[in-house]
Write a protein that binds this ligand. Structure first.
Ligand SMILES: [Fe+2]
Ligand SMILES: [Fe+2]
Length: 294
């Protein structure tokens, strides 16, 4: 169901997209530790006014991300008929997403991508993983195509089956029409047991969009990192075991390897782009086509 006549507060409940990621850091402050039910509970009880916008963001996300909504967005965006850009132009386009709320402390989108990729490179990981760092949030351009924030960022989760209570603010799913739809509200819903995540539709957002853009160009672990980097209920909370197959279990270690670079690489010192440009130009040429279709 596509919600009609959304107010501007329902389109952009967050002051900026970064508020969601800053909130993730409060939920997962420790890179090593996998969250426990207890720490999630402690987080949920941690109420303060600054988090109201994030809570409202999740209320909208959990209310409107239905199975039908996801199908509609897939049809709309996976045709890739919106725009065609050279990669460097695409980064400039992404950077039109400026953050009005806090211009002093927040880095632009490209800086976050570059800091993520540089941290991966420093640790000596394969070059395709460096490229994952550079590209992983490119899907946020969905905002520039007019999508509401809750259809671009936020934790992702399977649609078409029961929502896990490991998903943050899962209580808000009670307002989602799928919650009372018997086709979608059982443990397996429309899926077969252990069917594998490739057969499961995730809530719509920047992860699936960039995965679809990159799927012919990068190795399988890279594609898992892109496609599931916001699926915290899986990679941090261990939910949805009943939908996984052995391939997913094998790939999980790559998704977990990537996550700390996304969350913990933010740093006020910006990489010197002039020194880095030739490395990244070559890296992009090695794996990606001259232009990207959006
Ligand atoms: Fe992301
Ligand atoms: Fe990111």
């Amino acid at each position: 169901m596509q919600p009609n006549n959304l107010s501007s507060k329902e389109i952009n409940p967050l002051g900026s997209l970064d508020e969601w990621e800053e909130d993730l850091l409060e939920r997962y402050p420790d890179p090593e530790k996998i969250a426990t039910a207890k720490s999630t509970e402690a987080y949920r009880n941690y109420e303060e006014p600054a988090r109201d916008t994030v809570k409202e963001f999740y209320r909208l996300n959990h209310t409107y991300q239905t199975y039908d909504f996801v199908m509609q967005k897939r049809e709309q965006y996976l045709a890739f008929d919106k725009k065609e850009m050279a990669i460097w132009d695409a980064f400039e386009f992404l950077n039109e997403l400026v953050d009005d709320s806090d211009p002093d402390t927040d880095l632009d989108q490209f800086q976050h991508l570059l800091q993520t990729s540089e941290a991966i490179r420093r640790d000596g990981h394969p070059d395709w993983m460096v490229l994952v760092g550079l590209m992983h949030d490119m899907g946020k351009v969905l905002c520039l195509f007019g999508e509401p924030q809750w259809a671009v960022v936020g934790d992702t989760f399977p649609v078409g089956c029961a929502y896990s209570d490991k998903i943050i603010y899962s209580e808000f799913f009670s307002a989602n029409p799928d919650f009372t739809n018997p086709a979608y509200n059982t443990k397996f819903g429309i899926y077969e047991p252990n069917c594998g995540l490739r057969n499961v539709h995730m809530s719509w957002g920047h992860d699936e969009y960039i995965y679809q853009m990159m799927k012919d160009h990068l190795p399988e672990p890279a594609l898992y990192m892109l496609r599931y980097h916001s699926f915290y209920a899986w990679h941090r909370e261990g939910a949805y075991e009943h939908l996984l197959d052995d391939h997913d279990r094998e790939m999980l270690k790559w998704v977990k390897l990537f996550n700390p670079y996304d969350l913990y690489s933010k740093c006020p010192v910006q990489p010197d782009w002039k020194e880095l440009k030739s490395y990244y130009t070559e890296l992009i040429e090695k794996y990606l086509p001259k232009t990207l279709k959006f």
